[in-house]
Write a protein that binds this ligand. Structure first.
Ligand code: GLN
Length: 249
């Protein structure tokens, strides 16, 4: 089940975010430690989003990350204070194509889903009907993750990001119990992540935070995030709260 990673801190090479560490995101694509709920490797493409001059940019490829020379030749030349990246293991029945690779971007946002929505698409029919037709027509790909992103985009219009994510988890779980819903959302200055039936870890220093499905090395700096948690991180603030409480704050 895909692996994702978000970085916020001093300017860093975009390529480095993908390849730094003995257990970097690139290594996690072919040798992940903690896959749950099906899938053994993350060979169905990858994507990376970063922010430059206030705008989000991205690069995605439906081929395995280890086959793409741009990861070593081009992406290290780009730098950003925030990066969100994902390697994909397509859920059975969902297409392997560039447009299905996270992160999905829109405006200043970048979003990744590590997991699966049970019974998709039928389980989310009524949620989906709340998405304006014009947005539905721009559905990036016929996958659960892309559809969830459309619903989240709609929630973000009126709700604070943390509340929007908690609301999204609750609404999906009501309709599709047992779903795995690790979400990662960023706008270049803040990152938000949920842990719902999937692994999540965090590494913090005085001026940087990394949120990742799996630690990228075996240093003791990594903290495991409990299931059903919501992580909010800026360079100056970091909180982990219970998901089920977040919606009311
Ligand atoms: N279900 C999503 C997809 O297929 C995410 C896959 C995953 O986490 N393995 O795109």
């Amino acid at each position: 089940m895909c692996r994702h990673l978000g970085y916020l801190g001093p300017r860093m090479s975009v390529g480095g975010v993908l390849t730094d560490g003995d257990h970097s995101l690139r290594v996690q694509s072919y040798a992940p430690n903690d896959m749950r709920g099906g899938g053994t490797i993350n060979a169905d493409g990858f994507g990376v989003a970063w922010w430059q001059d206030g705008a989000v940019r991205s690069y995605r490829n439906p081929m395995p990350i280890w086959t793409d020379p741009a990861v070593d030749d081009v992406l290290p030349q780009l730098h950003s204070t925030s990066v969100i990246a994902a390697v994909r293991s397509a859920t059975v029945g969902m297409p392997v194509e560039r447009s299905a690779c996270a992160p999905f971007t829109d405006g200043r946002w970048a979003f990744s889903h590590n997991g699966v929505v049970r019974g998709w698409p039928h389980s989310l029919t009524d949620l989906w009907s709340e998405v304006p037709v014009v947005d539905a027509l721009t559905l990036p790909a016929p996958t659960d993750a892309a559809a969830v992103w459309m619903v989240l985009r709609q929630l973000l219009v009126t709700l604070k990001p943390a509340v929007a994510l908690a609301t999204l988890v609750r609404r999906i779980e009501e309709r599709a119990p047992g779903s795995r819903l690790n979400f990662l959302l960023g706008d270049g200055e803040n990152m938000y992540a949920t842990a719902v039936h999937h692994a999540l870890s965090v590494r913090r220093s005085d001026d940087a935070v990394t949120i990742a499905s799996e630690p990228t090395d075996d240093s003791a700096d990594w903290t495991h995030i409990d299931d059903r948690s919501l992580v909010v991180a800026t360079t100056s603030k970091f909180t982990v709260s219970r998901l089920d409480e977040e919606e009311h704050t």
